[in-house]
Design a protein around this ligand. Sequence first.
Ligand SMILES: *[C@@H]1O[C@H](CO)[C@@H](O)[C@H](O)[C@H]1NC(C)=O
Ligand SMILES: *[C@@H]1O[C@H](CO)[C@@H](O)[C@H](O)[C@H]1NC(C)=O
Length: 461
Amino acid sequence: MELISSRARGAAFLLLLLLLHCCQIDTILGQKSDRALTVVENTEGREGGGADEEAEVSVDEDEGDLEVVQPTEDWQTLKPGQAVPAGSHVRLNLQTGQREVKLGEEQLKYWTQEHKETEEHQSTISPVELKRAMKKMKEDLNPVSKDTHQQDSVASKYRPLEELRRDMAQLDLLVETDVQIMKRLLDQFNSSKCTTEQKLSLLLELEYLVHQVDNAQTLSSMGGLQLILEGLNSTDFRLQESSAFVLGSAVSSNPEVQVKAVECGALQTLLTILATAQPIRVKKKVLFALASLLRNFPYAQRHFLSHGGLQVLSELFRADGGGVLRTRIVTMLYDMISEKELISQAGLDLVLDASHEERVRQYSEVSLQGELLEKGWCNLVPQLLESTEHDYREKALRALLAMAPMCLDQYRSHSSLLGSLLSLRDQYQEMVQSEMIVGEENGYYAEIVELINALHVKMKR
Ligand SMILES: *[C@@H]1O[C@H](CO)[C@@H](O)[C@H](O)[C@H]1NC(C)=O
Ligand SMILES: *[C@@H]1O[C@H](CO)[C@@H](O)[C@H](O)[C@H]1NC(C)=O
């Protein structure tokens, strides 16, 4: 008789994983804390009063008085300091944040295996049977009386653990964890037999996985970043594109992986690709990776500048007629400027954490403004206003405003900037009027008009 479906068992095994950790901590080290789950052996062999009733059992002299919850087939909430018998299911209820316990898979399985011959005609577990099974199991686990040799009781404590480990090994075969998946993908990717087509689909899978912070860290610790960088160096532009995509996603908002990537030489590799002839779709993804690598990472920004990053970008900007890359570049510069600005403004707040000074110091070493001025960006960014895309113009206006403190002189002497601004303002004001007719007063175009006005005011002074 199969009482538990294999799916349910799989889910139950996952919960046992939790328990396994707890068992190891608490029974092997014999330590207890209020926060850690305590697992005890029920030395009394005492049976709970009913299927839904808690039983308190006092245990070994050196453990002191410990409240032991007798699990039932239903989940019950554990209070701090309460212990559970080994083999119980314990889970964290994510809604309440409380731990819950119920009768373990181990306990149920024990019962089903040992006693199925007598229960073959039954299809469900009745509370009475459950109680009987629990009793039988406890007797088997504690075959000797209380004055048993310590060794025996220790041995019996470990027995369920061994069984748990066996179950976990079975589970490993059934359910592949993200870590295992990534190991498999990287092994396949690293294999000499792997074709380009296969590599492309492996990269796609990896890209999906590394959006999770811990997955990206796993990738990095498994040496995956080196493989990705090799992919970036590939002569096949599709591999370069996909590798850049994985790298960018892996370092996004992930400081640990950002540091690793810079240590692996990602910055130089990315800049080299941007500085050489490549299809635009490769450069797009490489710019994405570069922007993600630099974001909130002053160390990388400093090295980006000292490796001639702004020079590389300005050449790319000049060569890009269509504006796709220009917009991305200008957005990236805007992000870097405003990021630095935000840090220095935070200094005006009253409450500062200890790391703030260090951050200010790191950002002070990023000589972004001077470099932007020197590499001619004050005159380059206005060119993006010539685009016909509203989005591109908006990005240009934001960057122009952010750069205004250092660029005002150039803006004022620029041959066409003022003229562009005034004609754009007319155009967008007209569009705002028609937006109002449609009934969207504070729309996108009004926002653009505001940006233009703000810049215009700065230029007039
Ligand atoms: C890739 O394979 C080489 C040997 O073929 C090995 O040295 C290297 O560690 C492997 N890299 C990864 C990330 O598995
Ligand atoms: C990629 O190429 C650059 C320049 O050719 C080289 O310096 C770098 O070591 C290469 N990286 C990898 C991971 O092969």
